[in-house]
Design a protein around this ligand. Structure first.
Ligand code: ZN
Length: 89
């Protein structure tokens, strides 16, 4: 079981939610395709300036899009971390 990511979590940079209706502890859940805020080593390595979440759960969804969990991969190569309390496979 992996911790589900919210906009309090990061994958190099803070994760940016694309949906406003499903939360953990008042923080919006992050889903596949959601943006990662620009982070170092941006701008020297531009893939870290405009990254999004590439992998997600294939069993847990919010509005038909898989939820991001700790260890899911961003397009820049960073991995997400997760919240303390709620898990998914
Ligand atoms: Zn990155």
């Amino acid at each position: 079981m992996l911790r589900i990511s919210t906009n309090e979590n990061t994958a190099g940079g803070r994760l940016v939610e694309s949906q406003p209706f499903c939360f953990i502890g008042n923080k919006p859940i992050i889903r596949q395709g959601d943006l990662v805020f620009p982070h170092l080593p941006c701008p020297d390595q531009p893939q870290h300036c405009a990254a999004n979440m590439m992998t997600a759960s294939i069993v847990t969804y919010v509005a038909n899009i898989g939820v991001v969990r700790e260890s899911d991969l961003a397009s820049c190569g960073h991995v997400a971390d997760g919240n303390l309390f709620v898990y998914s496979i």
